[in-house]
Structures are given as structure tokens and as C-alpha cells.
Design a protein around this ligand. Structure first.
Ligand code: SF4
Length: 374
């Protein structure tokens, strides 16, 4: 398969669709050429949080089943699945809820919870990045991201999905480093060999899902930069507005030039055809209320849907304070803050991170108490 190829398939039998894609791209030859038949193959889904795949945040297990069956049929048996959920949730909960225990038991493929893994510091450019040891041992990496929106980086797909290969403290540190450059550096250390993108029903607004948009599409590619640039085009986002993509291109991880992409549709159905995603707008409409400095994905990812609920109840317009969130507010004072990083603020929603429900309830109480006084 050429580096500039992107294969797409539409339908509802996700396991069969995945196997067809792998066959079409001659994945067996790709793997054999890189690491023979006995190399360690890692399959990396997105299990950001315990959220069912149909809610638009996590990788459908049927895709992973298709990958495993294809690999076994082609005599590859040294396989693992590996993932570490975002800060604030347990991978083990997502593993149970999203059907990965069944996958692991039915196919005899171990699932490595990277929240419990050891890690090693890797030097890259002028930075040091801590990466889980299991990820560093892989001979071939199959990345299986969900194409979806992200409150901070706007889009998340192949490049950002590798953040799940970090220990939790490093995920937090990435946010304090501004996210984009460390993501690009991480992708220059860990090379993804094959990408199967779950574009079945990703949420175009929130990384944590909740508002899925059904597309029933799976995509296959080998260049993560091209994959993410193409994901941007599908979501009406300018690639230049997602700096980790252009930074990754500058570091030699791949090409962001989608004009040179060779996009082939393997199969459409009468119901499911190639088309763009709707414009993501819900984050933009509430994020004006927020002053964010280096917040973790989970913290910000819980705040935005909480604000969306308040907006739908007509309460958000009654709030005349900016809401502060993020590690940049540690040790500082202010009026209204989210998470333990803003514990010095007059009114603070405690937690690290606080849940969506906690934020919603406490902000609602704040708004109502202040409108009472008005
Ligand atoms: S409170 Fe601070 S450290 Fe904790 S999740 Fe939120 S931003 Fe991150």
C-alpha cells in the first residue's frame, strides 16, 4: 500500500469491513516485511473513558476482532492490545464496558493496561518523554483511533491517539507543555505502521462522546499525518489550525498534503455513502465562556458538555464570570474555577478532574445563587 493511500469502506458489518480493508492493503506483507511472523504486534484502540462505542468516543470492538481474525488467519500470533485511559478514569472500567474483556478471552490476546505499566524516559530533540515500556517493545503498531472532535485540539485521530501510550503523570505534563509539540515529538519516537480509523459514529464535538454522528465508515492508511489531515478536511477544519499535524509533518512523520492523497472507496451501500461530517459547532458556542490554561483533556472534556447542558437550560447566558480551568491556575487566585488546580479561587468545583455531573450541578448552583441575589 502506498504511503499516500487512504482506503474507505461503508457498511454495518464492522468486523467483515475491517478484514476486507486489511486484505486490500496487503497488511500481511507489510507486517512480514517489517518484523517477520514472530514480531510483537500491538493493537492500540481508543478507550479514553468507560463510554460505549456507540456514544462516539471509543473504538468499536468489532474492528479489533476483525484485525485479530485477519492476523490469525495469516499466521501472526504474537499479538497484544494495549491502552491507557485518560487521567481521571480507569482503563479497566473501559476494558469491561466496551467489550475488550470478551475480545481478550475469546481470542486469547492479552490486553495490557498501560495505567499499570512501567515506563522509560526517552530523549527527543530538547525534551524528555516518558513512554510506557510495553509500547517501546512493539515491533509493529496497529493504531485504531476514533475520528472525533476534541475540545482543545479540535480534532483527534491517529497522531493524538498515541497519547494513550503514556503513563498518567506524563499525560498531565503534556497538557502543561501545550499538547501540540509533545504529541508531535511522541509520534517521532513511536512510529505507527498501520492505521485503521473508526469513523463509525465519532462525536464531532467531544472527545468523551455523547453526541455521535453515524457514518458507518472504516478507513485504512499507513501515514498518520495524512490520516489526520484528511480527518480535518472531513470535519471542515483547516489543518493549519491543528498545530500537532503540521509539527509532525515538519519532524518527518508523514505528509499533510491531502491533495496528493489517493483516496479509494472500497464499498458503499445504498444507505451509507461517502460524505463530509457536519460542522462541529457546539464546543465553539460554549467555549467563549472559558479561560483555559494547560488543562487536562478529562477536565476540559467534562466542562464543555456541562456548559452545553446549562446552555440548553437557558442558564449559561446568566453567567457573567469567565470560568477558569487548567494547571496554569495552580497557586493563583480568582473568582470561578474548575478542578483542584483552581483551589485558590473564591468559588471552586473540586476534583481532579471533577466529573461532568459535578461541574454541571455546582455551576448551576453558582448561577442560581447569583441570579437570586441580582
Ligand atoms: S484539576 Fe488540574 S491537574 Fe486535575 S485534571 Fe484538572 S487541569 Fe488536570
Amino acid at each position: 500500500m502506498d504511503k499516500n493511500s487512504i482506503l474507505k469502506i461503508y457498511g454495518t458489518d464492522f468486523k467483515e469491513m475491517t478484514m476486507l480493508l486489511l486484505k486490500e492493503m496487503h497488511a500481511d506483507a507489510l507486517i512480514r516485511n517489517k518484523c517477520g511472523r514472530s514480531g510483537l504486534i500491538g493493537i492500540k484502540p481508543n478507550l479514553v473513558s468507560p463510554s460505549l462505542p456507540e456514544m462516539g468516543a471509543t473504538t468499536h470492538p468489532e474492528i479489533i476482532a476483525g484485525i485479530i481474525e485477519y492476523l490469525k488467519e495469516n499466521s501472526f500470533s504474537n499479538l497484544i492490545m494495549l491502552e491507557g485511559s485518560w487521567v481521571g478514569d480507569k482503563t479497566s472500567d473501559a476494558y469491561e464496558l466496551c467489550g475488550y474483556r470478551e475480545l481478550s478471552e475469546n481470542y486469547g490476546v492479552p490486553f495490557i493496561d498501560l495505567q499499570n505499566d512501567s515506563y522509560t524516559k526517552i530523549h527527543c530533540k530538547d525534551e524528555e518523554i516518558n513512554i510506557c515500556d510495553t509500547a517501546l517493545k512493539l515491533d509493529f503498531l496497529i493504531n485504531v483511533p476514533v475520528l472525533k472532535g476534541h475540545c482543545q485540539t479540535r480534532v483527534t485521530c491517529a497522531l493524538k491517539n498515541l497519547k494513550g501510550l503514556l503513563p498518567s503523570f506524563e499525560k498531565r505534563r503534556f497538557h502543561s507543555m501545550g499538547l501540540h509539540r509533545p504529541i508531535a515529538l511522541l509520534n517521532s519516537i513511536i512510529r505507527q505502521d498501520l492505521i485503521i480509523t473508526d469513523n463509525i459514529c465519532g462525536d464531532p464535538d467531544f472527545e468523551d462522546g455523547g453526541n455521535p454522528v453515524i457514518r458507518n465508515c472504516i478507513m485504512a492508511s499507513t501515514d498518520p499525518v495524512l490520516t489526520d489531515a484528511y480527518a480535518c478536511s472531513l470535519m471542515h477544519i483547516d489543518t493549519a489550525d491543528v498545530p500537532y499535524i503540521t509539527m509532525s509533518e515538519a519532524l518527518g512523520t508523514g505528509s499533510a498534503d491531502i491533495l496528493k492523497a489517493d483516496i479509494k472507496i472500497l464499498r458503499e451501500t445504498s444507505e451509507w455513502k461517502d460524505c463530509e461530517l457536519p460542522y462541529p459547532d457546539r464546543v465553539v458556542s460554549v467555549s467563549d465562556m472559558v479561560e483555559e490554561v494547560d488543562s487536562c483533556s478529562a477536565c476540559y472534556g467534562y466542562l464543555i458538555p456541562a456548559l452545553d447542558m446549562l446552555k440548553n437550560e437557558g442558564l449559561l447566558s446568566q453567567l457573567d464570570e469567565k470560568i477558569c480551568i487548567g494547571q496554569g491556575y495552580r497557586g493563583k487566585t480568582g473568582r470561578l474555577g474548575i478542578g483542584n488546580c483552581t483551589c485558590g479561587f473564591d468559588y471552586n468545583v473540586k476534583g481532579c478532574p471533577p466529573t461532568e455531573q459535578e461541574i454541571y450541578e455546582q455551576l448551576k448552583a453558582f448561577i442560581l445563587s447569583h441570579s437570586d441575589k441580582a
